[in-house]
Design a binder for this molecule. Structure first.
Ligand SMILES: C[S@@+](CC[C@H](N)C(=O)[O-])C[C@H]1O[C@@H](n2cnc3c(N)ncnc32)[C@H](O)[C@@H]1O
Ligand code: SF4
Length: 629
C-alpha cells in the first residue's frame, strides 16, 4: 500500500507531524501491513491542481492530510481534487483542526473518507492495518471517524495518545536527515501544556503533558546542528517551563549557529537561564502576555500571571541585544473591553520589547472558550481561523477600531522606524501610546498618507515588524513608513508637541529608520559573512548620520549606549551590523570620522556582488577603524 502524507506549511521545510507518523508507522509493519510512505510538504499558497498532480503521480492508495486552522481550507480543496481524479484513493484527515470537528468535516466533504481523532500516531497505524487487511468499518474505533453505508458518521472519539514519547522514532536521527538539506526545522521537546488557558489548544484535554527524555533531546539537537539547518523553532508550549531542563538544553546548544526561536512564559525565567539564551543561538523569543487586566486573566484561567515578575524578567531579557522579544496580546478576550485592551497595549509597549503582537481572538475548536462561546457572548466567524466578529464588549465597529490601533502600532512601534520618536512623544506630550496611535491614524487619513481601507487591511496583520522573519507587507515598506511618520510629525496636533520636539522626533525617526533598514538587510549580511568572506565578519557595513546634541541626549535618556563621547564631542553616528548584536549605532568624534572617510571603499573597487545590493547603506570599514573593535 502506498501512503502519501501531505501538508501545507507557511514557513517550515518539513512537517514534524508527518515525519512522526511515518517514523512510528514504519516501525510497526506487523500492525500496518506492507506500506510505503511519501511525504509532501507544500506551501500554503501552492496551486491545488499542481499539488494534487504531484501527489497522484506518486501513485498513492491512501492520501493523508495533516490539518491545522490555517490550512484546513486548502486541505479540503486538495482532498476533493484527489478524489475527483482518483476515485478509489482513500482520503484521511488528521491534526488539530480535524480532530475537534470530525463529524462536520465528514458531513460536509463527501470526498473525505476518514478522520484520525486526537493524537495521530497510534490510530493512524490502526487505520492502515485495517485498510491493508480489507476490514469493514462497522462498530466505532477509538481515534477514528468515518461515514457508514447510510452516510451516518461513526466516531470512536479520541484515540490512544503515546505514553512514552521516546517510542517515537526521531526523524532527526534517522539516516539521511542531513541529506534532506532542510533549512527551517520545527522541534518539539514535549507535548501538551502544564497550564490550562481557556483560549489555547496546547492544553489538550485528551492527553497530559509528556516530555521526550533529555538524552533524546540532546541527541536530536546535535543531529539538527550537524544537518546545517539555519532556523530552528521549538514548538513547545513553554520552552522555559522546567528551569533545570531548559538550562540543560541551552547548555547543549551553546555555539549553535542556527537562528533559534522559542515560546516562553516570562515569569518562569531566572537570570542564569536568560544569560544562556544568546550563546544557544536563541534570537527570537515569543512571550505570552495576552492581557494585563486582572479580570480578563481570571476569565481565561491565567491567574498565575505575575505582573512584577513579568516586567522584571523582560528587563533582564532586554539586556541581551541578540534577542528579539515579541510580547503577545489577544484582542477580544472575554471580560475585556476596548479600554482594557488599550491599557494592556500601552503597558506592553512601555515595557519596550522589540515587538508587541496583537492577535485577534480565535475561537479554536477544541478550546474551552469555543465551547462556551454562547454563554460568554462571543461571536466567531464560522469559517477558519474562527476570528472573533463581535462580543458583548467588542462590537464589530470596536473591532474595526482595534485594527486602526494595531495599524498605527505596527508603523510607530513594530516596524522599528518610529519607536524612538514615539518614546520622545510619550514624554514630551505626556500621553500613552494608544492616544498617540489614535492621532496618527486620524492625521494619516486626513493627509492621505494611508487610506482608511489600507489602514484596516494592514491592521489585521497583527504579527509583523522589522524583526519578524515574515516578508514585508505591501504598505509597510520602510521608506513608506518613514515618509508617513515624518509627515505625521510635521502635522500632528498633539498637545505639547512644540517646534523643538518635532525636530527631535523627526531625527529620531531617521535614527529608527537606519537601524530598521540594517535589520532588514540581515539575511544578506549573514549570507555574505557566512560565505567565507571573513573580512565581512570583522568589517560590518556602516553608514553615518549626524544629529544635534539634543537628539543624542534624548537617545541617551532612552537608554542607548552610543559610546563614551559627550553629546558635544560627537561628529556623527555610525550605524553598522554587528555579527552578534545585530544593528548597532555608535557615536564617533572628528578624528574617527576623517579616518572612516579615508578608508571607505569606493563603488568601483572589486567586491562581491552582494555588496552592490547593499552599497546604498554600506561603507566597508577595516577592523582597525571601528571603535567597537
Ligand atoms: C503557544 S501560545 C503560548 C505562549 C506561552 N505558553 C504563554 O502562555 O504565554 C502562543 C501565542 O498564541 C496566541 N494564541 C493562542 N491561542 C490563541 C487564540 N485562540 N486566539 C488568539 N491568539 C491565540 C497567544 O497570544 C499565545 O501567546
Ligand atoms: S497559552 Fe501558553 S500557558 Fe496557556 S495553555 Fe497555551 S501554551 Fe499553555
Amino acid at each position: 500500500m502506498r501512503v502519501a502524507l501531505v501538508t501545507f506549511e507557511s514557513f517550515y521545510d518539513h512537517s514534524l507531524a508527518l515525519d512522526y507518523l511515518v517514523g512510528y508507522a514504519s516501525e510497526r509493519r506487523e500492525a500496518t501491513g506492507p506500506a510505503e510512505f511519501g511525504v509532501f510538504v507544500h506551501r500554503e499558497k501552492d496551486d491545488t491542481k499542481r499539488v494534487t498532480q504531484q501527489v497522484l503521480e506518486w501513485g498513492p492508495d491512501v492520501v493523508g492530510f495533516s490539518t491545522c486552522v490555517w490550512n484546513i481550507a486548502e486541505s479540503v480543496r486538495a482532498a476533493k481534487a484527489v478524489k475527483d481524479t482518483a476515485h478509489d484513493t482513500v482520503t484521511v484527515f488528521g491534526g488539530m483542526e480535524a480532530s475537534f470537528r470530525p463529524r462536520a468535516l465528514l458531513e460536509d466533504c463527501a470526498e473525505l473518507d476518514f478522520v484520525v481523532v486526537g493524537e495521530g500516531e497510534v490510530p493512524f497505524v490502526d487505520l492502515l492495518g485495517r485498510l491493508n487487511r480489507g476490514e469493514a468499518f462497522q462498530t466505532a474505533v477509538a481515534g477514528l471517524a468515518w461515514r457508514n453505508a447510510t452516510g451516518a458518521v461513526i466516531s470512536g472519539g479520541f484515540g490512544q495518545a503515546l505514553t512514552y514519547m521516546d517510542n517515537l522514532p526521531s526523524p532527526f536521527q534517522a539516516p539521511g536527515f542531513a541529506e534532506r538539506g532542510l533549512s527551517r526545522v520545527l522541534y518539539e521537546s514535549y507535548r501538551g501544556c502544564a497550564f490550562r488557558c481557556d483560549f489555547c489548544l496546547y492544553s489538550r484535554e485528551y492527553a497530559p503533558m509528556r516530555c521526550f527524555s533529555l538524552d533524546r533531546v540532546r541527541d536530536d539537537l546535535a543531529a539538527i546542528a550537524r544537518s546545517g539547518a539555519t532556523h530552528v523553532r521549538f514548538v513547545d508550549a513553554t520552552f522555559n517551563l522546567d528551569a533545570d531542563r531548559a538550562k540543560k538544553i541551552l547548555r547543549w546548544m551553546a555555539g549553535c549557529e542556527a537562528n533559534v526561536c522559542v515560546e516562553v512564559v516570562a515569569e518562569l525565567f531566572d537570570e542564569e537561564m536568560i544569560s544562556l539564551l544568546p550563546s544557544a543561538g536563541v534570537r527570537h523569543v515569543d512571550i505570552g502576555l495576552q492581557s494585563t487586566q486582572r479580570n480578563v486573566l481570571e476569565a481565561i484561567n491565567r491567574t498565575w500571571h505575575r505582573g512584577d515578575q513579568f516586567r522584571k524578567n523582560l528587563d533582564l531579557l532586554r539586556r541581551e541585544p541578540a534577542l528579539t522579544l515579541n510580547v503577545e496580546l489577544i484582542a477580544g478576550l472575554p471580560e475585556d473591553t476596548p479600554a482594557g485592551l488599550r491599557r494592556s497595549l500601552d503597558e506592553a509597549v512601555l515595557m519596550l520589547p522589540d515587538h508587541v503582537s496583537v492577535y485577534r481572538l480565535l475561537g479554536l475548536k477544541g478550546t474551552r472558550l469555543a465551547r462556551r462561546a454562547d454563554e460568554l457572548g462571543l461571536r466567531f466567524d464560522p469559517d477558519p481561523p474562527y476570528e472573533l466578529i463581535g462580543s458583548a464588549s467588542f462590537s464589530p465597529e470596536d473591532l474595526d477600531r482595534v485594527n486602526d490601533l494595531t495599524f498605527a502600532h505596527l508603523v510607530l512601534f513594530n516596524s522599528g522606524v518610529g519607536r524612538y520618536a514615539l518614546r520622545h512623544l510619550l514624554s514630551a506630550c505626556d500621553l500613552g501610546p494608544s492616544a498617540i496611535y489614535d492621532d496618527f491614524v486620524a492625521v494619516s487619513v486626513e493627509r492621505g498618507t494611508y487610506s482608511r481601507e489600507e489602514i484596516r487591511w494592514l491592521g489585521r496583520h497583527h504579527a509583523c515588524g522589522n524583526r519578524f522573519e515574515s516578508p514585508t507587507l505591501p504598505g509597510l515598506e520602510l521608506p513608506r513608513v518613514r515618509a508617513a511618520i515624518v509627515d505625521y510629525l510635521a502635522n500632528a496636533g498633539l498637545p505639547g508637541l512644540l517646534g523643538e520636539h518635532r525636530r527631535i522626533a523627526t531625527d529620531l525617526a531617521d535614527f529608527g529608520y537606519r537601524l530598521a533598514e540594517l535589520d532588514s538587510a540581515r539575511e544578506h549580511i549573514g549570507k555574505a559573512a557566512g560565505a567565507g568572506q571573513s573580512e565581512l565578519r570583522v568589517a560590518p557595513w556602516c553608514q553615518r548620520a549626524s544629529y544635534p546634541p539634543s537628539v543624542l541626549a534624548e537617545l541617551v535618556r532612552q537608554g542607548h549606549d552610543l559610546g563614551e563621547l559627550a553629546p558635544e564631542e560627537v561628529a556623527g553616528v555610525v550605524f553598522f551590523y554587528h555579527p552578534e548584536l545585530g544593528p548597532a549605532a555608535l557615536a564617533i568624534d572628528d578624528a574617527t570620522a576623517s579616518l572612516l572617510d579615508q578608508e571607505a571603499i569606493g563603488a568601483g573597487d572589486e567586491q562581491p556582488p552582494v555588496l552592490d545590493v547593499l552599497r546604498g547603506l554600506a561603507i566597508l570599514v577595516p577592523k582597525e577603524a571601528l571603535i567597537s573593535g
